[in-house]
Design a protein around this ligand. Structure first.
Ligand SMILES: Cc1cc2nc3c(=O)[nH]c(=O)nc-3n(C[C@H](O)[C@H](O)[C@H](O)COP(=O)(O)OP(=O)(O)OC[C@H]3O[C@@H](n4cnc5c(N)ncnc54)[C@H](O)[C@@H]3O)c2cc1C
Length: 306
């Protein structure tokens, strides 16, 4: 199938206005970095996601899923194929009886935390300031301040390959193989369509106080005023990446427009015109210096797309 026919097929599946051609990924990542996606598509139902992924597979067109792009470094040259963006177009949050909350993959963590607070449900405060989606949180097992996604998830709704087709499967939490910033869904390349969380009843004022406290802690310690993708590196066993980076003398280190944040050494920030090449070169230099200084090999937490 030629490119025009394939684009036409995408348009017929989800509507012309939700198929963006040559869309700059910099506009869809919190790093504000990334060249054009050949097609960025915005499906708004499970059927549409399934149909898009199936069409890609059938036409051998590469595809990937994007949430809010808060943990992604997209390449300067852009991406061939389809980037399936699951955000506000796919973001319902429902509070169910028994402290259960069901959210579509594109719901933001903040929206889920707000809905939980409104319903007097505690347990998702830890994620209220993680600037991604439920899909991204499930894939990454996002966590902060002693909490992580796997603590509250009951099941994850996934689109999984089944021979030449794709089918929807509710994966119970114990089968999600969550680890530190890791999941079975990531390993297998499944699409997360949503998740069901088990929260617990609590006093609304106490929930709000915890969310406010965590927000203040983030605002005072993290360079939220600059584009970044959060912690650049995973926390190495027994260490803190930020402390190792500081001790290796890397704080403020700059390559092009990418800089090790002066406020929090664990973050690489975009000072204005950083390219993905700048960030990659800076990551490599930090890894080299930290290894020389401490013997620890830092591993990127940010997903490096190519
Ligand atoms: C300022 C700042 C602070 C941060 N603080 C934290 C923190 O405290 N704790 C933490 O864990 N993270 C933190 N992060 C990183 C990031 O917010 C999390 O990893 C988040 O879970 C990513 O969600 P997302 O929707 O932005 O995913 P994206 O960045 O869009 O995607 C991340 C990965 O998940 C995949 N993906 C996304 N959605 C789906 C889906 N529906 N199905 C299949 N794959 C999918 C993508 O392909 C990609 O590989 C921070 C980032 C920033 C910018």
């Amino acid at each position: 199938m030629d490119t025009r026919d394939f684009e036409q097929e995408l348009r017929s599946i989800i509507g012309a206005d939700r198929v963006l051609a040559d869309e700059p990924l910099a506009a869809h990542t919190t790093f504000r970095i990334g060249g054009p996606a050949q097609w960025l598509v915005l499906p708004s139902s499970e059927d549409e996601v399934t149909a898009v992924v199936s069409a890609c597979q059938e036409a051998a067109v590469p595809w990937r899923v994007l949430g809010l792009g808060s943990n992604v470094l997209a390449p300067d040259e852009g991406l061939a194929g389809v980037t399936v963006k699951l955000t506000e177009n796919f973001s319902a949050v429902d509070v169910l009886p028994g402290g259960l909350v069901r959210a579509q993959a594109g719901a933001t963590n903040a929206a889920v935390a707000e809905a939980a607070w409104t319903a007097g449900l505690a347990g998702y405060e830890f994620a209220s300031g993680i600037p991604g989606t439920v899909g991204g949180a499930a894939i990454m097992n996002a966590g902060a301040y002693e909490g992580q996604f796997s603590d509250v998830a009951v099941s994850v709704r996934c689109l999984v390959p089944d021979g030449t087709h794709w089918r929807i499967m509710d994966v119970p939490a114990p089968e999600a193989a969550w680890g530190y910033r890791h999941s079975r869904m990531m390993e297998e390349g499944w699409v997360v369509l949503g998740a069901t969380l088990q929260l617990r009843a609590d006093d609304g004022a106490a929930i709000r106080e915890r969310m406010d406290d965590l927000r203040e802690r983030r605002e005072s310690r993290q360079p939220l005023e600059m584009p970044s993708a959060g912690s650049t590196f995973k926390r190495p066993e027994g260490y803190f990446a930020g402390a190792l980076i500081q001790e290796a003398g890397c704080q403020g280190l700059t390559v092009g427009g990418a800089q090790v944040s002066e406020k929090h050494a664990g973050f690489v920030v975009n000072t204005g015109n950083a390219t993905a090449a700048d960030v990659l070169a800076l990551i490599a230099e930090v890894q080299r210096r930290v290894h020389d200084a401490s013997g620890v090999q830092l591993e990127p937490e940010v997903r490096l797309w190519s």
